[in-house]
Design a protein around this ligand. Sequence first.
Ligand code: HEM
Length: 488
Amino acid sequence: MAFTKTTSNVSSTNTASTTILSYFHWSILITLLAVLSILVIYKLVNLLLQGNQKKKTLPPGPKSLPIIGCLHYIVGNKPAFRWMHSMMEKMNTQIACIRLGRVHVITVTSPEVGQELLLRQDSIFCSRPVHMSTEISTYGYLTVRTVAQHYCGNVIRKLMINKRYFGEGMVDGGPGPEEIEHVDSLFKILGYINAFSVSDYLPWLRRFDLDGHEKILRNALENIKKYNDPVIDERIHMWRVKKEKKEVQDILDVLILLTDDSIGSPLLTSSEIKAQILELMLAAVDNPSHATEWALAEMINEPKLLQRAVEELDEVVGKDRLVQESDLSNLNFIKACAREAFRLHPVSAFNVPHVSTADTNVAGYFIPKGSHVFISRTGLGRNPKMWKEPLKFKPERHLNPDGSQVVLSDPKLGLLSFSTGRRGCPGVVLGSTMTTMLLATLLHGFTWTMPPSMVSISLAEAEHDLTLSKPLVGLAKPRLAKNVYPTL
Ligand code: HEM
C-alpha cells in the first residue's frame, strides 16, 4: 500500500512536473511563434507599403536596421551632416539614400542632380517636410560676429516692424539687452533647424524630447514672442479695431492689410502674421552675417585681397561718405568676395529640405514618394569637379571676363547660395544687398589687420556647425574722415 501510495505520489509528482514542463515549452513556443509572426507581418507590411520599390534601385547608402533605419548612425555621429558627407565620400557617390525611420533621406552633392531636382523635376520636389523645428517654428578690436549679426537684426527689424530697439538701446547705436536676447534667440532657432532630430523620423518619440531640441527651441521661441507679439498685437489693433488712417510703413502693415477679396475680410489671422514675421526674420539674419565674417577672416589672411577690395571702394565710393545702395552695382570685386564666401563657407551644410510628392527617377535611381531631399551646399561649393582649388578662397574666379555684374545667386547650382526653382529664396535682392552692404561698409570704414599676438586668423570650422570655430576678432582702424563716422 505504502509502496503503491509512494508510487502514486511519485507518479503524481511526475505528472505535475511534466505538466509544468510542457506548459513551459508551450509558452516558449507560443512566444516564439508570436515574435515570428510579428516579424513576418512587419516584413509583409513593409513589402506591401514599398510595393515594387524593391525592384527599383534606390541610391546607394548605408545598411539600415528594421524600424529605426540608420538613426543609430545619426545619434552616434553628431553632427549628422559631417557623417553624411564622409559616408558619401567613402561610397564615392554624389547621391545617397539614408533611411531614417520610415523616411528615405536623399542627400545630393552634384550640381547636375541638384538641377534635376530643383529645376527639371521642380513640381515633384517643391514641397517641404514638416520637422519639429519648423513647426515650433570699438574702434579698436571688433568681434565681427556680433557686429554682423546685429547689423542683420537691425535691418530686418526695421523692415518688418519699423523698430530698431525694443527697449532703450545704447547711446552709441549698439544693441541693448532686448535686441541681444532677440537676435540670440533667432540664431538659437536657426542652429536647430534641420538638425536631424530623432523625433522627425520616429514621431512617436517626440513626447520624450530625447535630444532636448524641442525644449531649447520652445524657450527661444518664447523669447522672440515676448518682443514681437506686443508690437504685432498693437498694430493689428490700430489697423483693424481703431481703423486709424496711417501710411503703410513696413511689412507688418502690409501683412495686416492684406484682404481676401472674395469676402472682403483680412486675409491673415494674428497667429499667421506672427508666424510670417518670425519666418522672415529667421530667413534674413544668418546668411549675410555668416558670409561676411568668413570673407573678412579669409581676406585678413590675404592682404592682397583686402587691398584690391579697398581700391575698388575708394574708386567707386571715395573717402568722404559711406557706401550707399546705389554703389553696389559697381562693386564687383566686393560681390565676388561675398559670392566666394557663399561658395566655400555656406551657413549650413545642407539646403532647406524638399520632399517628393510622387515616385520618380533621378540620376538613374528610384526616389520614392515622401523622400526628404537634402542638397549639400558644401558638396556643391567645394566640388573638385566644378572648382579648381576648391578649398582656396579665390574671389577673382567669379569676375566675369566681360566685366559684367557679379551676382550672388547661381541658378545652375555651381554653388548653392539662394537655391533655385519655385521654392528658391524669394529674398535674393534683399539678401544680396544686405550681404554686400555689410561687407563693403566694414572694408570701406576700417583698415583690417590681425591682432598683434596672431600670426594668422585660424580658419578652422566649429565642430558642430560651419561657423568659424572662434568668432573673428580683428584690429579695425578707422580709415575715413572723422565726420563720416557719426552717421554709422
Ligand atoms: C544672403 C541672404 C540669403 C540667402 C543666402 C538665402 C538663402 C535661402 C535658401 C538657400 C533658401 C531655401 C531654398 C530652397 O528650399 O531651395 C531660402 C528660402 C527662403 N528665404 Fe532666403 N536667403 C537669404 C535672405 C533672405 C531674406 C532677406 C529673406 C526675406 C526677408 C528671405 C526669405 C526666404 C524665404 C521666405 C524662404 C522660404 C521660401 C519657401 O519656402 O518657399 N531670404 N533662402
